[in-house]
Design a binder for this molecule. Structure first.
Ligand code: IVH
Length: 688
């Protein structure tokens, strides 16, 4: 190497060291402190500069470089690591109430030979209290500050070597900050934040890959992933909670000081921790964390209490594989496994049918759960939940319990898929048809005005200002009238009398009279308002106005089929379908007739576009070869004019359009006396 080259190499080495330190600092700020220090673009620039220098000077490459977080090749299996200091498990206090904390303190006092009650001679014991993270236990071995090996707990004696995957976890430093000892084995939990979990699952689903049941499974699955490139795309986090092997390190005298030392080395340590004295303080910590649990960005399943003094920990020692000086005090489990007995549906205020799981009762989240939501058919399909499955049920906080996933290993033979529409072709509340729009998640009852489950909502909408505009008929009154069974359908509103109203709570005679006057006034309305008031799905105010203008009269709307409806400006197949669904329910037609009979009225006019209906209600049959039109063209013209094209001639046929080589259909039409047209005749008819 020339002197010049040597100088360049030395300069590069200095720059590489500086870049690595700076990038590590930004990683720590971003992934551990949650407080980014530079924009992403700037970070990328520094990263690329480092990559370029390492490429130009291979001698400078090093495993602790931020560029080496994803470098490994897929493995065939994991090597075994023997833990120098066994990775112990921790005893779980059986009592999840505050008595659990009191029992732990009492045991510690007894084992330390202290009187049950604290006194000056036998003071309160000092504890370190932490969260019990719900992830996967990991050991990180640092030699002279550099991460050299990462391993799972395994059976406590031997674990699996997962160094490649752990290197991809950006919160874990590849090099410790400050003066690191020759050997320091950090122990802690790899976990996944809830938001990261949701995003990962959404991504997996979009890519058609399998989704994870919960953050813990996602974290564990990612660490035990043989391809580090895949592991690198999994958003993992880490918290340290202790130390295993250590050489050349002056171990601090308390557990809390150990955690502080780890934090100073740049290792993530959770901020929700405390040093406490006596049982009462443990109880308070347990309660305080229970309050915060739902708002934490990650899952925990309890808290952990540890005797803080390392000397006392040594004195207390172990029973079999569990230290006497620590205990996990759990919260009631938020997930449990139970049998899915049946799937029923609930009809909501908007008519949406929600499938509900009927479960073998199970204690979860502190209560006995017998029902859980399954959201909708797509969710059932996505999770592949079937009646007769063992399922994981989750109840977190006050949230409605939900079925998370089936336990597929426990599925007994073939179970049929659940098909909501096949099982509930009609609404279990009112018997109307159940329909599901092409682009909709929910199946719905088309009972609308008639369905008791939708009654209050439908009535409120009917009476609202932009619909029938019945002043004074608001939520409280609708509740009262429906609950007292005085009003069932909108027609009942027009049958209300002073007596029934004045007898309602908080309703004086004056306000009853005012309401009756408002009801009276609403009888005279417009067709657009009336259509809007019906509460047809997908028919808002503007569509109602378009429909009124187009058809002019209600009867024309009532007779329209989907093709005719689509001739209305801005009415597409979805809206047309909703209208037809609504009007094909006899109950809804009945309500409309009763309203008219009750004196609800409006001005009617001629339809806006008369020729569009030239063949309205007519049935035509096409046969033979027409001189200029193909069969499809002729059919489209007939349908555009409101006519129907049928394949066979019957007494109901209005016209037969016959071309060259017309055969048996022509004969039949002649026998039945059906009017026969040629192409010119058809064109004339369309123009008429
Ligand atoms: S201390 C000797 N502290 O719980 C004590 N463990 O059986 C060793 N865990 O799988 C464990 N949060 O990974 C400790 N703050 C915490 C913890 C914690 C979660 C896990 C640990 C292990 C299990 C204990």
């Amino acid at each position: 190497m020339s002197a010049g080259q040597q100088a360049a190499a030395a300069e590069a080495a200095v720059r590489v060291r500086a870049l690595r330190a700076e990038l590590a600092r930004h990683d720590h700020a971003y992934y551990v402190l949650d407080a980014p220090t530079i924009p992403d673009a700037e970070y990328d620039r520094l990263f690329q500069e480092l990559q370029a220098l390492e490429a130009a000077h291979p001698a400078l490459r090093s495993p602790d470089s931020p560029t080496q977080r994803v470098g490994g090749k897929p493995l065939h299996g994991f090597a075994t690591v023997v833990h120098k200091v066994p990775m112990l498990s921790i005893r779980t206090e059986t009592d999840t109430t505050e008595a659990g904390a009191i029992a732990f303190d009492a045991r510690i006092r007894r084992e330390l030979g202290l009187a049950p009650e604290a006194s000056e001679a036998a003071p309160d014991v000092e504890y370190a209290a932490e969260l019990k993270f719900d992830g996967l236990a990991i050991s990180l071995r640092y030699e002279h500050g550099v991460l050299v090996q990462a391993a799972t707990r395994g059976d406590g004696q031997r674990g699996e070597e997962v160094t490649q995957n752990i290197r991809t976890v950006r919160a874990i430093p590849l090099r410790l900050a400050g003066e690191a000892p020759p050997v320091l084995e950090v122990r802690g939990e790899v976990y996944m934040r809830r938001a990261d979990f949701e995003r990962l699952n959404a991504r997996q689903q979009a890519a058609g890959d399998k989704t994870f049941v919960n953050p813990r499974n996602a974290a564990a699955g990612s660490i035990r992933q043989l391809d580090p490139a895949i592991a690198a795309r999994r958003p993992l986090s880490f918290f340290a909670y202790g130390v295993g092997d250590a050489e050349g390190w002056a171990m601090p005298p308390t557990h809390s000081a150990v955690l502080e030392a780890l934090a100073a080395f740049g290792v993530p340590v959770c901020e929700h921790r405390a040093v406490l004295r006596g049982a009462r303080a443990l109880v308070a910590f347990h309660a305080e964390i229970a309050e915060k649990r739902e708002t934490l960005p990650f899952d925990i399943d309890g808290v952990v209490y540890k005797v803080n003094s390392i000397a006392l920990q040594r004195e207390l020692g172990f029973v079999s594989r569990e230290p006497r000086w620590a205990v996990a005090h759990k919260y009631p489990a938020q997930e449990a496994v139970t049998l899915l007995r049946d799937i029923e549906v609930q009809v909501g205020r908007t008519g949406a049918l929600t499938p509900v799981a009927r479960l073998e009762p199970v204690f979860v989240g502190g209560v006995t759960v017998t029902n859980a939501t399954l959201h909708n058919q797509d969710e059932i399909d996505r999770k592949d939940v079937r009646i007769g499955d063992w399922v994981i049920v989750r109840r977190a906080g006050d949230v409605i319990p939900e079925v998370v996933a089936p336990v597929l290993e426990r599925r007994a033979g073939e179970l049929p898929r659940f098909d909501l529409l096949a099982r509930y072709p009609t609404c279990p509340v009112c018997g109307s048809h159940v329909v599901r729009g092409e682009d909709e998640a929910a199946a719905r009852c088309s009972g609308g005005l008639f369905c008791p489950a939708q009654r209050k909502q439908a009535l409120l909408h009917f009476a609202s200002r932009r619909a029938m505009h019945i002043d004074g008929l608001g939520e409280k009154l609708v509740d009262q009238l429906v609950d007292a069974a005085i009003v069932k359908t909108p027609v009942d509103i027009y049958r209300l009398g002073l007596l029934a109203l004045a007898n309602l709570e908080r309703m004086g005679e004056k306000s009853a009279q005012n309401l009756l006057a408002a009801i009276e006034k609403s009888r005279h309305t417009t067709l657009a308002r009336f259509i809007f008031a019906l509460g047809i799905r997908n028919v808002g105010e503007a569509t109602a106005r378009d429909l009124a203008r187009h058809f002019g009269a209600l009867d024309a709307l009532l007779e329209a089929d989907e093709a005719t409806l689509q001739q209305v400006p801005d009415v597409g197949p979805i809206v047309a379908r909703s209208i037809v669904d609504f009007l094909s329910e006899p109950h809804n037609r009945e309500v409309i007739e009763q309203l008219r009979a009750a004196g609800v009225r409006w001005e009617e006019g001629p339809p806006a576009v008369a020729p569009a209906g030239a063949l309205l209600g007519r049935t035509l049959v096409l046969t033979g070869t027409l001189p200029t039109l193909t069969r499809d063209e002729a059919k489209a013209m007939v349908e555009a004019a409101g006519g129907k094209v049928s394949g066979s001639v019957s007494k109901k046929t209005d016209y037969l359009v016959a071309g060259e080589e017309a055969g048996s259909k022509l004969e039949k039409a002649q026998t039945l006396g059906v009017a026969i047209l040629d192409e010119a005749g058809l064109r004339a008819l369309l123009q008429s």
